[in-house]
Design a protein around this ligand. Structure first.
Ligand code: G6P
Length: 605
């Protein structure tokens, strides 16, 4: 989703900003632009499509102060006029924005009455006009006045032609981080895009404004009082942002899973006691014992990880668990009785809906444990505690390695709670031993890539799929179907196998294949009966199972995965589904790493 990058210093900021935009590409975007003030006038370049288009347009233009942006359309179509930067009528001021101005229509109407003519359909365009109207020679003051009028969740960077060495940035509900270099300052919506230049950063909190000049950065709070903040150090290593031997980041990330699964477990096993220890959170045993109910909030793939966890938490730890879609949940008036423990799952740590749910739950007094992959992300910082996935940057828009790491961390958390309640030490130990096998087992699934590729080739022309499963394989089927939708643009429904007969089976025929996740041992026989019903309607069936036994009459094709505990099977079955979706997408010529209309971090509602 939209990305911000800005630079003020002594070097060619255009090159640095374009490189910064490339580092934000993974978030998804549909147009890009930048602006600078080379000779007392604002010069801007804006292009629809890839950053390469912008690079072509920019040529060898250079400047020491640059604001740059990738846009993911929310208000107004994907056009050059709607891309950022946006300007006031006289092009005195230029603005880039990440997020949404909720009251832009009211502001636009008021400005229109004053005679302002708008050149775009964006919400952003009100900002340069408000700044230009408030400007009487003091740039910072004009920005402060304009910002006070805005409602919504956003991060913004502003320049003015009369101030060619000044940059104003602000954040409210959307991340913005200032990187402090030697005589130069960087700004981005993602700290990962700064780490190649500096590790000293300042995160802007809601309502804070940064006034960046060659001499340094001044900070102001929402009441316009000057504040001082210590810089923080970016701890994680700069990620290797290259695809290596792989054709796509998505494939590289799928293949990284033996390592990322192992990273998620590393130093968290407490083998002697058959339990788990988390160094990252500071909860006492009594806090865990006091948990009476768990509430999970998440979106997309993270939501599916939450569904898997709900089965485990109820089954192994015997704690009632409710899973809520963040975008729905945030508009409920949630009941949060004493003993409620919240888990907010978000790979990016920036998903606006999950963040809003987290804030509401914290306001109601709940402890919110975040499960995130991105250190320094807003959710990681605002949660009461955070367990990190340690999966490394996930560049492909569709989540693969982060999902399996979420499952690992959620399993470990379940184990911790289960051991404090009903699970015995030997059972805990056996569970950990089973988990230890996961990286090797994940590799065994990956070793079947060419077999799965062949199956994908065979089915690549089909436009409608079902993914079905029972118990742990039900949420896994939701995730399998989501992958196919996201990257192959194929209509795929994830469904509880036992529910097919209540309607969806009407869609089954020879043109609608089913990927049957028949790996749950407890529900194996029942799943078989459901698959028979599909077969009887001439549906083709691709079975993902741990063995062929009993499947002869059903399976048109097999993907065999190693046997493990039912609780852990979603990890292995999902890798098979990821490979299937990947090869389907490649066969159909879809754009895999950056699927159309999708964004990696959805920072708007
Ligand atoms: C976007 C991404 C999905 C992701 C979802 C939730 O829609 O495209 O891949 O699952 O956001 O993201 P989060 O970062 O909160 O896990």
């Amino acid at each position: 989703m939209c990305g911000i990058y800005a630079y003020l210093g002594h070097r060619n900021g255009v090159k640095i900003a374009l490189d910064g935009l490339h580092r934000l590409e993974y978030r998804g975007y549909d147009s890009a632009g930048l602006a600078a003030i080379p000779n007392g006038e604002i010069v801007a370049f804006r292009e629809v499509g890839k950053i390469a288009e912008l690079e072509k347009a920019v040529g060898d233009f250079s400047a020491n102060l640059v604001i740059a942006h990738t846009r993911w359309a929310t208000h107004g179509k994907v056009t050059r006029e709607n891309s950022h930067p946006q300007f006031d009528e006289k092009k005195n001021c230029a603005v880039i924005l990440n997020g949404i101005i909720e009251n832009y229509q009211t502001l636009r109407e008021a400005l229109r009455k004053e005679g302002v003519k708008f050149a775009s359909d964006t919400d952003t365009e009100v900002i340069p006009n408000l700044v230009a109207r408030a400007y009487e020679g003091d740039f910072l003051r004009a920005c402060q006045q304009a910002l006070l009028l805005l409602k919504g969740s956003f991060a913004v960077a502003i320049i003015h032609k009369n101030h060619p060495r000044e940059l104003v940035v602000a954040a409210n509900g959307s991340p913005l981080v200032i990187g402090i270099g030697a005589g130069e300052t960087f700004v981005s919506s993602d700290p990962n895009a700064l780490i190649h230049h500096t590790r000293e950063v300042i995160y802007l909190a809601d309502g804070e404004i940064g006034y960046i000049k060659p001499e340094g950065v001044e900070l102001f709070d929402a009441t316009m009082s000057q504040i001082s903040k210590k810089t923080e150090k970016l701890l994680h290593e700069a990620e290797e942002m290259s695809k290596g031997q792989f054709e796509h980041y998505t494939l590289k990330e799928i293949f990284e899973q033996p390592r990322t699964i192992s990273n998620a477990m590393m130093s968290r096993f407490f083998e002697e006691w058959g339990t788990v220890a988390f160094d990252d959170i500071n909860l006492a045993i009594s806090d865990y014992i006091a948990i009476k109910r768990i509430l999970i909030v998440a979106c997309g793939t993270s939501l599916h990880a939450g569904y898997v966890a709900s089965y485990m938490l109820e089954d192994l730890a015997r704690i009632p668990t409710q899973v809520e879609i963040s975008s729905e949940f945030r508009y409920k008036n949630p009941i949060v009785p004493e003993g409620t423990f919240v888990i907010a799952i978000s790979q990016s740590g920036e998903t606006a809906d999950t963040l809003a749910a987290l804030r509401e739950l914290k306001a109601k007094g709940a402890y919110v444990l975040a499960i995130c992959n991105v250190p320094g992300s807003t959710i990681a910082r605002e949660a009461s505690g955070c367990l990190f996935l340690r999966a490394g940057a996930e560049i492909g828009v569709c989540s693969t390695k982060a999902f399996t790491s979420q499952l690992v961390v959620l399993t470990l958390f379940t184990l911790l709670l289960a051991r404090m309640r009903h699970m015995s030490k030997p059972e805990g130990r056996k569970f950990l031993q089973m988990m230890e096998k996961l990286p090797g087992q994940a590799q065994l699934v990956l070793d079947q890539a060419s077999h799965i590729e062949k199956i994908a080739k065979k089915y690549a022309q089909y436009n409608d799929f079902f993914f079905v499963g029972r118990r742990y394989m039900f949420p896994t089927s939701l995730e399998g179907a989501l992958k196919l939708k996201e990257i192959a643009y194929v209509n795929a429904n994830g469904y509880a196998a036992g529910e097919m007969k209540h309607g969806p089976i009407a869609l089954i025929n020879e043109n609608c294949p089913t990927v049957a996740l028949a790996c749950d041992k407890v529900m194996f026989e029942k799943t078989l009966s459901n698959l028979m019903e599909i077969k009887a309607r001439h549906g083709k069936v691709i079975v993902v199972a741990t063995k062929k036994d009993g499947l002869d009459e059903i399976a048109d094709d097999y993907i065999l995965i190693p046997e493990t505990y039912d609780e852990l099977t979603p990890i292995l079955a999902s890798i098979a589904c990821q490979l299937f979706a990947y090869y389907m997408a490649r066969e159909r010529g879809a754009e895999i790493d950056k699927p159309r209309n999708l964004a990696k971090a959805v920072t708007v509602e």
